[in-house]
Design a protein around this ligand. Structure first.
Ligand code: ADP
Ligand code: MG
Length: 232
């Protein structure tokens, strides 16, 4: 049985007539299932953005929160590697300016302040609902591996530990996860945990029609979900 806190996330979206969760709501949902997310705070003033950045610690990332902007970087709504309070102030206003220019009708809910995840191996975990078979879960490496090479693996939900392990091993680019050319290996145990937690989340949350965690950055130890998009 899922907790009240989880149901609450969906209730808020429904009350606001949204057919999607904001990134911070999607991440909160993921964290209820034990998945590793970035530290996040929503600012509604420049002052708050600075305060939250100081609390989270630099470098930080700023992102637009708007019901009209689901693909945030397309609208100039993502600024990474912000290192000082002055840069936070400038970045806060820059994002508002960019979004107004790209999507003039956008209503601004706030600016998401988050921890900047260090570089690592980028993976993608996704899900769509098949009308006949129900929830599917997808795994692949980030960037060209998914977009151009379509090097991904799929399973139907629910998955077991062995399924998650197989999903990881059956992509063509698997070797990259084991570490190549001086790159450290990626923490496959953590990836297995994320896949299984995603499966559980999909089972318990029939509201979720589509899920796109892109990217998830994986380290030698641990991982961070850097972006999460959920369609209801
Ligand atoms: P979009 O809605 O455009 O997909 P993302 O949240 O994925 O926006 O941000 C765009 C890109 O910025 C990501 O693919 C990633 O490379 C980088 N990025 C975003 N958030 C972070 C973060 N917290 N730490 C490090 N890099 C990030
Ligand atoms: Mg993204």
């Amino acid at each position: 049985m899922r907790s009240e806190a989880i149901s609450k996330i969906f209730e808020i979206a429904q009350a606001e007539n949204r057919d999607f969760l904001y990134e911070h709501e999607a991440k909160e949902l993921c964290s209820h299932y034990g998945m590793p997310i970035t530290a996040i705070k929503i600012a509604t003033t420049e002052e708050e953005a600075v305060q939250y950045s100081n609390e989270i610690g630099y470098p930080i990332v700023l992102k637009i929160v708007s019901p009209q902007v689901l693909h945030k970087s397309d609208a100039g709504g993502v600024l990474i590697n912000i290192k000082t309070p002055e840069e936070v102030r400038a970045g806060y206003n820059k994002i508002l300016e960019n979004v107004k220019e790209h999507v003039p009708t956008a209503v601004i809910t706030g600016i998401l302040v988050q921890e900047m995840a260090p570089n690592g191996t980028e993976i993608i975990v996704g899900s769509t609902k098949d009308p006949t078979f129900g929830n599917t879960i997808m795994f692949g490496l980030g960037g060209i591996f998914v977009e151009i090479l379509k090097d991904v693996s799929f399973r139907l939900v629910p998955i077991k530990k062995m399924d998650a392990e197989e999903m990881i091993k059956e992509i063509k680019a698997y070797k990259i996860l084991e570490g190549v050319r001086g790159q450290p290996p990626a923490d496959q145990e953590t990836v297995v945990k994320i896949l299984m937690a995603t499966s559980k989340m999909l089972e318990e949350c029939p509201e979720v029609k589509e899920l796109d965690m892109n990217p998830v950055i994986v380290y030698e130890k641990g991982a961070r979900i850097v972006d999460a998009r959920i369609i209801l």
